[in-house]
Design a protein around this ligand. Structure first.
Ligand code: NZQ
Ligand code: ZN
Length: 384
């Protein structure tokens, strides 16, 4: 196992009716900016619950954070914070709203051009405190310190991380999932699944605890994910998917083991250029990335085949083929398409994404830095 330091400081309030916890979780004298997206929270009762929980607080609101939050919209929120002196941010939404709020929290206190936090890795020295009400289980952003923000003018979709933007608390009420469209349920299951794969499916590091946790999360998502689409759905199914998605990227399973993230890096470029949903890009790339890296990932692919998929290994090459095929079938089972052609994205994607990867210095990705531009090119071509 590799050395690691682990802490996760986000307090989780999990379960039905937990939005009421907002009243106690935020200091009574805070001046809160409630930030949300396109308005889904106004139609599913979440806004009303937040409003009622904050009845004793002083607060205002900023709406319009779009999927794949843009730098431009985030900066409009920063402007409002500065003009009206807010000192606390409450993000109410999915990964995009939360990521946007992390950037807003850092940008509001940044001395200089905040875009440098993303483009130049400028250090975040200070940030406004942030709380979260999660409405879409997928990214894990509710209890991690990562954020991904897009600049729509330059086609950049770039990540940053800082412990200062780690949410102080996150409310996870599985009932909020009832209003999610099928497309977002699909996205959530696939994104969480791929987060686990990026941290698990590398090479053996004898991290037995991490492996077994990761396998438990993969199995949970495979067992419970498809049930989200049943007409009769119980709250425990939603709860299990929600908790799995949080656990998939809260730092626990990735501590002390090698990590890959090449699928994500290609995925971000595809979203920046073509606007595909984050999880859609992952489902297109992951099966081909596993194929391309199968020699280096051999032992873990076999472990995954046996322990997660229950494949009896007689011929190892065949078992690996089967494991990759079953992974793609699982995506189909949760209603996700897995080819560029399914989204009318044509061949030009290959060279355009390779050029973006090069521009962003993503020329040696993966746990062995073996995903060169040539490997990425082949993966993209194989995914058409
Ligand atoms: O804008 P609203 O009205 O909120 O509608 C959203 C949006 O249209 C809707 N939605 C959310 N909760 C809903 C709901 N509709 C009905 N009922 C509800 N309860 O869903 C749509 C998509 O929301 P979005 O937040 O964009 O989805 P997701 O949570 O998948 O977030 C994706 C973003 O997170 C980034 C992605 O790159 C992408 O920008 N990621 C963040 C990570 C992190 N911070 O750790 C890691 C991930 O790998 C990922 O990169
Ligand atoms: Zn992701």
């Amino acid at each position: 196992m590799l050395n690691f330091s682990f802490v996760n400081t986000t307090q989780i309030h999990f379960g039905e009716g937990q939005i009421t916890q907002l009243a106690k979780s935020i200091a009574p004298d805070a001046k809160i900016l409630v930030v949300y997206g396109g308005g889904s929270i106004k139609h599913n009762g979440v806004y009303q619950q937040v409003e009622s929980a904050l009845s004793g607080h002083s607060w205002g609101e900023f709406s319009g954070i779009e999927p794949n939050p843009s730098y431009q919209t985030c900066m409009a929120a920063v402007e409002k914070i500065k003009q009206e002196n807010y000192d606390y941010i409450l993000a109410v939404g999915g990964g995009s709203v939360i990521d946007g709020c992390k950037f807003i929290a850092a940008a509001a206190k940044f001395d200089g051009e905040p875009w440098d936090i993303l483009a130049k890795g400028a250090k975040v020295e200070s940030a406004l405190p942030l709380g979260v009400v999660l409405t879409l289980p997928a990214t894990g952003s509710e209890s991690n310190s990562f954020s991904v923000v897009s600049n729509k003018e330059t086609n950049d979709k770039l990540p940053f991380a800082s412990p200062l933007v780690q949410p102080l608390f996150a409310v996870l009420d599985p009932n909020v999932m009832a209003s999610l469209p099928i497309r977002q349920l699909t996205n959530g299951v696939v994104d969480a699944f791929v987060h686990v794969m990026e941290q698990y499916l590398t090479y053996p590091a004898n991290g037995k605890v991490q492996d077994r946790f990761a396998e438990g999360l993969l199995l949970t998502l495979m067992e419970e994910g498809p049930k989200l689409f049943d007409e009769e759905i119980c709250v425990d199914t939603r709860a299990n998917v929600m908790w799995a998605a949080t656990m998939a990227l809260n730092g626990l399973i990735g501590a002390g083991v090698p990590q890959d993230w090449s699928t994500h890096m290609l995925g971000h470029e595809i979203t920046a250029l073509y606007g595909l949903d984050h999880a859609q890009t992952l489902a297109i790339i992951l099966p081909r990335m596993l194929q391309a890296q199968r020699a280096m990932k051999r032992e873990k692919l076999l472990q995954y085949a046996q322990r997660v998929l229950g494949i009896e290994v007689q011929d190892e090459e065949q078992a690996i083929n089967e494991a990759i095929a079953q992974t793609e079938s699982f995506f189909h089972k949760v209603k996700m398409k897995t080819r560029f052609s399914d989204y009318q994205v044509t061949e030009d994607v290959v060279e355009r994404v390779v050029a973006q990867l090069e521009r962003h210095g993503m020329t040696a990705l993966g746990e062995h830095q073996a995903v060169t531009l040539e490997v990425s090119r082949n993966v993209l071509r194989a995914s058409l």
